[in-house]
Design a protein around this ligand. Sequence first.
Ligand SMILES: Nc1ncnc2c1ncn2[C@@H]1O[C@H](COP(=O)(O)OP(=O)(O)O)[C@@H](O)[C@H]1O
Ligand SMILES: [Mg+2]
Length: 304
Amino acid sequence: MTQHVAVLMGGWSAEREVSLVTGDAVCAALKETGYRVTAIDVAPDIFDVLSGLKPDVAFNALHGRFGEDGCIQGILEVLKIPYTHSGVLASALAMDKPRARQMFASVSIPCPEGRVVHRDEVLNGQVFDPPYVLKPTNEGSSVGVRLVFEGDNMSPLDEANWAYGKQVLIEKYIPGREIQVAVMNDKALGAIEIRPKKRFYDYEAKYTDGWADHIMPAEIPEAAYEESLRLALLAHQTLGCRGVTRSDLRYDDTITGEAQLYMLEVNTQPGMTPLSLVPEIAAHIGISFAELTDLIVQDAGCQR
Ligand SMILES: Nc1ncnc2c1ncn2[C@@H]1O[C@H](COP(=O)(O)OP(=O)(O)O)[C@@H](O)[C@H]1O
Ligand SMILES: [Mg+2]
């Protein structure tokens, strides 16, 4: 019998637009594979919509708050609808960058030196020696991320445009390369290198064609490549993730003989847009976009 998959997309997070692109791509691929597909633009009535629809599986194509932080996962658990990607706890932990950093530290995964400060401390003056990075504790897609370099004469924050809560995560800026690793079903698939053509891999570089070069496989020494896979798998397992995740790392090779990898975060709802990295890494090892979405559906489940 044809399986009925509800693709949950959109939502109301800062990453709504990205999720709609991910969702459209996933819907097309699942239809091609032969699934019956219903696209749902998620709104706060999602519990009622899903209890009426009763799909066999929910494909979670949401990004950001509510879709990536355990909330929608909790609703799906209550409704007993098998869903893709990580469960409640892993999603919540991965989305909360400070808590994820504590988990990483517990298994010796290196993270940039950093701390959480109150927004007012940042507004009142320099809280960390530049260069540093300031970011929301629980957003994605580089939303709200600011880089502060020596000599910058602009305040990194001002009340008017900081809409991401009272807590701010500040990390030492790690120079070098941007490396991302895909993990699927407890196996690291590969590492890709991103070379943004601007100050960093910001929202525009992530979603506008031409703003970043992708190098697959990442052009780093073999030992560092293998280490990036090991760290990503360990991070995925330490948070208790399921299905597909993408780990974002920095590789600082600016000081000869002292190159090091740093974990920035694990994404439990990695993008599946035409410019996204997980599909590109999968394609490199012979897994097409349609196969990838099919494998993700086959792995769907509930935890209770
Ligand atoms: N400590 C850091 N050093 C250097 N670049 C960073 C650092 N933290 C973040 N960045 C840059 O900002 C981007 C987004 O940061 P990340 O922590 O992955 O948050 P998001 O959830 O928004 O993707 C990274 O891909 C990287 O380019
Ligand atoms: Mg990231």
